[in-house]
Design a binder for this molecule. Sequence first.
Ligand code: MF3
Ligand code: CO
Ligand code: CO
Length: 267
Amino acid sequence: MLKKQKKLILTEGQQDSMRRAGRVNARLMDFLRPHIVAGIKTQQIDDLVVQWTNDHGHKAATLGYQNYTKSCCTSVNDVICHGIPDGYELQDGDIINVDITTIVDGWHGDQSETFLIGDVSDERRAVTQAAFDCLYMAIDALQPGCPVSTIGEVIVPEADRRGFTVVREYVGHGLGRQFHLDPSIPHFPNRESRKDRLYPGMCFTVEPMINAGSRYTRCDKKDGWTVRTKDGKPSAQFEHTILMTDKGPEILTLTEHGPRRGHQFIK
Ligand code: MF3
Ligand code: CO
Ligand code: CO
């Protein structure tokens, strides 16, 4: 095992702390879900995150993270990730990714879901379905000690088969007492991901961003955060926090009421 990876392996007690953080974060997603409808402003979603997180005695990891000022990310239509909650009011036909990260007793749970608002176009539905399926196909391919590149080896051909593309500039990550840790989890195979391995006791996210058009991205120069597709076409993402165990991957951020493995977004 690479030396740098040894320190990423959590003790049983630390693994339980991550399970708790994941569970709390998932409950927050269950709380939010019924509110993500046409007419709500993305800032109101952030207000709900702040309120729920405070009420339960936790902290949102994004608040103050590298000068980010909100408690979640809300990424609509052609926004790939890191959309900043603001006065935008969700409209019929939008897709929106809501990404939440809660710090529970010092440990991080991180997950996101893309929601369909009302009557959504075929293209937006299909890209949402692709991101969801790519997440589960990648999780299902994971085995104890497998290389990180297993994830990209599954996702790139699947996105390609559907005529879609995989974002490369933004990646999944290890997490624990810190928000972003090694290993880097690209959703495409590269030299580093062929070397890095996922051993039992490691926690990380899988969070593929799938674009309907080209894979290229553009970060908003004014706000420094909002990442959009270069071609203006839609993008979708789903994210879970995973613990690798001796038996395989355990999803720590499964919700009670969210879309389950095999969920159909396409009519
Ligand atoms: N939650 C995102 C992730 O999955 C990171 C958001 S950082 C922020 O890694 F500052 F933009 F909120
Ligand atoms: Co996230
Ligand atoms: Co993440």
